[in-house]
Design a protein. Structure first.
Length: 280
């Protein structure tokens, strides 16, 4: 019964979208409106806790409480299949920056959870590794099991949680930062060179246009890869179908993932001979 009720609610909420194309256009617009006011005025997702069209006034507060009090180490990827997929995602993202960075660069993983992805950087030879996450249990786990990582408990956005870095990475966490925490201002304060992002584009949580938001802070997208779940570029053989699909249950199924690499137009502390003077 509950399943049928949820499907009905989802169906009603999706009536404002005439087609997948219309969905993408409207969600982009809704995200820009919310980002401008630094508040979720209009719901840009189809999740159960967002009422139709109108934003949930408690959304940011609830989101923070959810992550702070969570105890399930879901992002330690203990299941073999999920771990395999996580490692595949890391390698895909690492391929976007490996020839652009050096081992002494400082890397900050926003929403690092237990430090799983930072650990993969460590195995690649990177040592200046930092992370920030609000989940108490995950941070404790990281400190106990990965003492070579520098993990801070807190919410990225407010100045008191700033951590300066050369490269900032988001493994799906960028849409978890509430509008009120001024994501792009925080990135501008903290990052000297690159921002690497995996994002569920135009689907869930606090949706934003990264090109617009980061462009205003002096960052330019130098690489974007849009692929299907098998990492085949959209438009190639085997990945040339629809990018969104409305399901019978009223949900929206997204059939692609987006990966962005932004570079500060005028990087700070930049040396043109850095690759020659420091062994990678």
């Amino acid at each position: 019964m509950l399943k049928k009720i949820r499907a009905l609610v989802q169906s009603i909420k999706n009536q404002k979208y005439k087609s997948p194309d219309d969905l993408y256009r409207k969600r982009t617009l809704f995200g820009q409106i919310n980002e401008f006011f630094k508040y979720q005025i209009i719901a840009s997702d189809t999740l159960a806790y967002a009422p139709p069209l109108m934003g949930n006034p408690m959304r940011a507060k609830n989101e923070k409480r959810l992550w702070r009090d969570e105890t399930d180490l879901f992002y330690e990827y203990l299941d073999d299949d999920r771990r395999e997929e996580a490692l595949k995602r890391f390698e895909f993202m690492y391929s976007m920056i490996k020839d652009r960075v050096i081992k002494t660069d400082t890397i900050l993983d926003v929403g690092c959870n237990t430090g799983f992805f930072l650990d993969q950087f460590y195995k690649k030879g990177h040592k200046n590794l930092f992370g920030i996450d609000p989940m108490k249990v995950a941070v404790k786990h990281a400190r106990e099991n990965r003492p070579y990582l520098n993990i801070k408990e807190g919410f990225f956005g407010p100045k008191k949680f700033d951590i300066n870095c050369d490269i900032m990475v988001f493994f799906g966490s960028i849409t978890r930062v509430p509008y009120s925490d001024r994501l792009f201002d925080a990135i501008d304060r903290c990052v000297s060179k690159y921002v690497l992002v995996w994002i569920h584009e135009s689907l869930d949580n606090f949706h934003r246009d990264l090109n617009v938001g980061l462009g205003k802070k002096g960052f330019i997208c130098i690489d974007k890869r849009v692929v299907n779940p098998d990492y085949i570029p959209i438009g190639y053989k085997g990945a040339d179908g629809p990018m969104f699909r409305f399901t019978d249950g009223g949900d929206v199924e997204k059939l692609f993932d987006s990966y962005f690499l932004f570079r500060r137009v005028d990087p700070e502390n930049w040396s043109t001979d850095k690759f020659d003077s420091i062994e990678k």
